[in-house]
Design a protein around this ligand. Sequence first.
Ligand SMILES: NC(=O)c1ccc[n+]([C@@H]2O[C@H](COP(=O)([O-])OP(=O)(O)OC[C@H]3O[C@@H](n4cnc5c(N)ncnc54)[C@H](OP(=O)(O)O)[C@@H]3O)[C@@H](O)[C@H]2O)c1
Length: 272
Amino acid sequence: MVAFQGRKIGIVGAGRIGEAMIKGLVDNGLTDIIASRRNTSALSGLANSYGIRTTSDNKEVADDSDIVVLAVKPYQLNEVLSEIASAESHQNPAKLYLSVAAGKKMASVASILGQEARIARAMTNIAFLVGKGATAYSLNSNCDEADRRCVAAILETGGYATQIREEGMDAVTALSGSGPAFLSSIFESLEKAAVWQGLSPGVAKKLLHQTIAGTLALINDKGMAYATLIDMVKTPRGTTEAGLEHAKQCDLDMLLKGMIAAAKERAEKLGT
Ligand SMILES: NC(=O)c1ccc[n+]([C@@H]2O[C@H](COP(=O)([O-])OP(=O)(O)OC[C@H]3O[C@@H](n4cnc5c(N)ncnc54)[C@H](OP(=O)(O)O)[C@@H]3O)[C@@H](O)[C@H]2O)c1
């Protein structure tokens, strides 16, 4: 049985991530879901599409759920938390809060919900919307193993999820949060470079996409190490060696380290 079965789940801020989560939960057989946002016609759409209950009252969501997922934008979180802190059920010590707001520390959530509150925090990425998210989560010391299993199961409806110490969240933001944009930027450059060498844009795109998918299948599905794959492709004085030698001269490694470091540094600043 999935860990969240039998527990009522509330989604506060049913936007892109919130809706993807609702879809994942419904696909896993959970129907006891209540969701909120302010736009009432969007709420009707959610109720019709997923057969869930909806409301524009965040307190109602909090009162009517065992697990409250906070999926509003980071700058909207404090206001929503203050509303929830004034809900009738707020004193219930069994209630679990899961925030997916980027950069918001659990201590900041606890400063509004109270030091006794069970709080989990997750950092996911855009691929959550297609069930391929890369998510890391942390739990505060009030949470127990049953809470951890629920959090993991909820997040796994949108892809891969792993528990980490909260100190690692800024690095996760840099790697998997920004990662889809970083990789898209690299893919775009590769595609442009191939067109510049004479391929038609359509052919370059298709060949690149298939190359990405094939590389990922070898690394991910077959568990091949990067170095093994590189050795299998590279021959002495061959084409791959020429390209990799150029990357080394341009210090590609340093460039990518710098991208991750810059994103992590920005995440640290935004989180303070
Ligand atoms: N999208 C991503 O790729 C991504 C990746 C990592 C983390 N995250 C995190 O996930 C969270 C949600 O992001 P998102 O992309 O899903 O944003 P989103 O689509 O804007 O969803 C947020 C929702 O919150 C609702 N909302 C705003 N104020 C509210 C209030 N006072 N009460 C109830 N609902 C309210 C908004 O709907 P109304 O305007 O109708 O109220 C909106 O639908 C963010 O904190 C973000 O940091 C997102």
